[in-house]
Design a protein around this ligand. Structure first.
Ligand code: CA
Ligand code: CA
Ligand code: CA
Length: 860
């Protein structure tokens, strides 16, 4: 091996590298939206696992998500000097610093430079921090200045309290904690301090040595304040000093000759006999591909036999790793199998006709009902949650809020700030890992269920739902198809919003940050009592109905005509779906649909006249100005865009028209749709193919024929993914992993095959199933909780994440991309939402994907 493999060196991608160790310096910046996402600053990828992050100047011993994060003002990579220098700034305190990281043999030096001393307000608070992943470091031994210790499995170190006035400002001035009237915040004390620390002396792949001559190292446990905290190493910056004020030497151990174990991607759910079966094997770039792999079959007596041996085909490099494939499609015999590639053996999986039969059951029977708001939800001996938010919702005052919400200067309703808006605590679904009702997502949920209902009429009944008792019981049939009850539950809340508020709320969400991060029973987020400002905090009125604790949820009511239009469309469809089951609700939904449609159309016309930029927002929303490639040359494209803009203004949104036709059977909507679809396909084939396919049941043979050449192009688009990456699906590189995009793609491919089987081959429909169920980078676990024969993911960012658990049927966002070349999905640490959360809109989209996929399979 060359010298580069021995010493850390800057590579072409702008990070320090030696075999087994990557040191990244602000390849990923702190991002304003959700503050500290535990994904930024100085990071170390240690033998393939990103175990260290958060290296930066921070203002707290153990920073929480809503503590302030620094803005990166500059970043210079200097290959000559082997340094990366970043400028950091805290605007709130007018505080600038520089961090210089320099390769020094097998170590890096991390040095902090100040041109001006630490501001007085931050003296003793500003420090150099770096954070270690608890699930990879707990129970490991360490030494500090020769003293032995073991990192704790659970947080049980010591704390002090300090006056709130000493607490550095948090995000927008909010507070993450409820001080119970003491006026004091909790500050963790260090577990250890000294000048020379070795972590994980008992685990070579995690072993790391940190020392400092000029500063004291303090080791903290961030889980003392927040369950998603990390182990934090910290040196306080000295007061009154400038120049190089703190320096650390950090040496992550590299196992000599280390090569990452191959990751054999395959479908954990298994395969039906006739489908293509291709494992994608992810290899370290230093790894030499083997010539063959073997498919082994387990005999009923527990021994195994060789079922097939086949050649390994090279795919090539993709970001950090090298990819080869093993095709065992020729094996059709039902049985229990595993793949053997060199010394790596996978867990077993089935080849059988019925492997996909139950892929949506956990989601519809368990995940969805658990996320029903305003209900008591029971399962056997276990209560998932009591009835939440009994006190209802208050009108949000003007507020620049958290979770990306805000309330404008006026309420745009008849209610005064903090007045009770009656009737909103009914129906609706929790958003995701949090407990708010995101109206936009809830509209998606109802639409997704309606779509599933109208296409497949699933009669499955495994859930008891009583709106009267406000009670849900899992695995108890009640004679009503569950999906109708889910449509009803979503509609109940959304209709109440339209009726009570007059238009759609943006969200029904927490009023205070200290209960937004709630982990536990949803019914205990608020006290269930009406907030009465004439009482003192924590005081309860004599009649037991009111309290002085300002914990009531808020309705954010800034009006958006786009949202109202989407709701109007959904209400029309809901009214159609609920007819004959809940006629009263169907009637109410139809009434609100007509009213909102009229008001919102007029309102958006007014707004577009006042501000043409609004129209651009509309276009962006549904993809006519999307990021996908266009088929049309520039001039033609300009014309098309102009025409489609005009059409939209006059005829309304194309997909909305189609949905309205489905709900009302009024021919004019279909005409409006047809006037727009062809331009849309010319402008952006990939985004609009699904809408074009959705229309087929309503259209004649001529439409099918006209669509054919576009489906031919779409088939090329599908196949093109085989060149783009080894997994053959669209892979997202955003700050939230791309499962929604993958599911959308899967749904469109399913329908393209259903309607045009001679163009889109059946083999294409397995792409997305493979990806979801284990054939993807990093590891080979199924992204769907409990679905995946032998190895579904074990931890998710659900509302039970503090238990390192999952809610069955959840779909993880998947592979989170970290700049510049790392895909990641932790399966021992649930707390990174970008890879492990699941959303109500995404999981109901999975229900459509799964239903359509099963329909394709069962049809043939
Ligand atoms: Ca939310
Ligand atoms: Ca039922
Ligand atoms: Ca309350």
């Amino acid at each position: 091996m060359g010298a580069w493999a021995q010493d850390l060196r800057l590579n072409d991608l702008g990070y320090f590298e030696r075999q087994g160790v990557n040191v990244l310096v602000f390849s990923n910046n702190f991002n304003g939206g959700f503050n500290d996402e535990k994904n930024s600053g100085i990071e170390i990828i240690h033998h393939g696992v990103r175990t260290v992050q958060g290296g930066a100047i921070r203002l707290n011993n153990t920073p929480e998500q809503w503590d302030l994060v620094p803005r990166t003002t500059s970043r210079k990579v200097d290959p000559e000097k082997q340094t990366i220098e970043v400028g950091l700034r805290y605007n709130d305190y007018d505080f600038d610093s520089r961090i210089v990281v320099t390769a020094k043999g097998k170590a890096v030096e991390i040095a902090v430079w100040l041109d001006k001393p630490v501001p007085e307000k931050l003296a003793g608070e500003a420090g150099l921090n770096i954070e270690f992943l608890p699930s990879q470091y707990w129970l490991k031994t360490f030494t500090m200045d020769g003293r032995l210790g073991r990192l704790p499995r659970y947080a049980t170190s010591q704390t002090v309290t300090r006056p709130n006035s000493e607490k550095p400002r948090q995000f927008k001035g909010f507070r993450t904690y409820d001080d119970r009237g003491t006026g004091r915040f909790i500050d963790p004390l260090p577990i250890e301090k000294g000048h020379d620390l070795t972590l994980a002396t008992d685990a070579p792949e995690r072993l790391i040595h940190i020392s400092s001559d000029d500063a004291e190292l303090q080791l903290f446990d961030g889980r003392m304040l927040a369950q998603n905290g990390w182990f934090v190493l910290r040196s306080i910056l000295p007061s009154g000093k400038t120049g190089k004020v703190v320096s650390w030497t950090v040496e992550p151990h590299a196992i000599p000759g280390w090569i990452r174990e191959p990751n054999i991607g395959f479908s954990q759910v298994g395969y039906i006999p006739g489908q293509p079966k291709v494992a994608v094997i992810e290899l370290d770039k230093q790894d030499q591909p083997l010539p063959t792999a073997t498919l082994m079959r387990l005999r009923p007596d527990g021994t195994s036999e060789k079922a097939y041996e086949g050649d390994i085909a090279t795919w090539g490099p993709y970001y950090k790793y090298n990819y080869v494939k093993f095709d065992f499609s020729s094996v059709w015999e039902p049985g229990v199998y595993f793949i053997q590639y060199g010394k790596t053996r996978t867990n077993d999986f089935l080849i059988d006709e019925h492997v996909y039969d139950h892929i949506t059951d956990a989601t519809t029977d368990v995940w969805v009902p658990i996320h029903m708001n305003h209900m008591y939800v029971n399962e056997g001996y276990r209560t998932w949650h009591g009835e939440p938010f009994k006190e209802g919702y208050l009108q949000a005052p003007p507020s620049d809020h958290f979770d990306l919400h805000s309330q404008g200067a006026t309420t745009e309703t008849k209610y005064k700030p903090l007045e009770l808006i009656p009737g909103l605590n009914v129906g609706g679904f929790f958003d995701a890992g949090d407990f708010d009702i995101e109206t936009s997502s809830n509209i998606n949920v109802v639409q997704n269920f309606i779509r599933t209902w109208e296409l497949f009429h699933p009669q499955r009944d495994e859930t008891f739902v009583s709106q009267e008792q406000r009670y849900v019981d899992l695995h108890r049939p009640d004679g009503v198809p569950d999906i109708l009850q889910f449509i009803e539950h979503g509609t109940l809340n959304l209709v109440a919003q339209a009726e009570q508020i007059g238009h759609m709320s943006q969200t029904l969400s927490n009023s205070v940050l200290d209960n937004y991060h709630h982990l536990g029973d949803a019914a205990s987020i608020t006290d269930g009592l009406h907030y009465d400002p004439s009482l003192k905090p924590y005081e309860v009125s004599a009649d037991g109905k009111r309290s002085g604790t300002p914990d009531d949820m808020w309705a954010f009511t800034t009006r958006s005509p786009q949202l109202d239009l989407r709701a109007a469309t959904m209400f029309a469809a809901a009214s159609h779906a609920l007819k004959g089951y809940n006629d009263d609700l169907a009637q109410r939904a139809l009434k609100q649909s007509k009213r909102l449609m009229q008001e919102a159309t007029e309102l958006s016309r007014q707004r577009i006249r006042r501000n043409p930029q609004v129209q651009a927002d509309f276009n962006w929303l549904d993809g006519t100005e999307g990021r996908n490639q266009s088929n049309a040359p520039d001039k033609k494209r300009q014309k098309l865009m102009e025409r489609s803009r005009k059409n939209r203004e006059q005829l309304g949104d194309m997909a909305t028209n189609l949905q309205l036709y489905g709900a009302t059977q009024e021919k004019s909507y279909l005409d409006n749709f047809e006037k727009q679809i062809w331009d849309a396909l010319e402008l952006n084939l990939a985004s609009n193919m699904q809408t074009a396919l959705d229309a087929i049941p309503y259209m004649d043979e001529a439409y099918r024929k006209q669509l054919r050449p576009y489906v031919v192009q779409y088939n090329d688009y599908i196949k093109n993914f085989d060149q783009q990456n080894p997994y053959g699906v669209p892979i997202g590189l955003g700050n939230w992993a791309g499962v929604n995009m993958v599911l959308n793609f899967g749904i469109a491919v399913n329908y393209a095959h259903l309607y045009y089987p001679d163009i889109v081959n059946k083999d294409e429909v397995y792409r997305v199933a493979n990806w979801l169920y284990g054939c993807h980078p990093y590891h080979n676990y199924s992204f769907v909780a409990v679905v995946g024969a032998a190895r579904p993911k074990q931890v998710f960012y659900g509302n039970n994440r503090a238990d390192f658990s999952f809610i069955p049927g959840n779909v993880a966002p998947g592979l989170l991309f970290r700049q510049p070349d790392h895909f990641e999905n932790f399966d021992d640490w649930p707390f990174l939402w970008g890879q492990n959360e699941g959303t109500i809109a995404g999981n109901t989209q999975y229900v459509i994907f799964g239903s359509a996929f099963k329909a394709v399979i069962e049809r043939e």
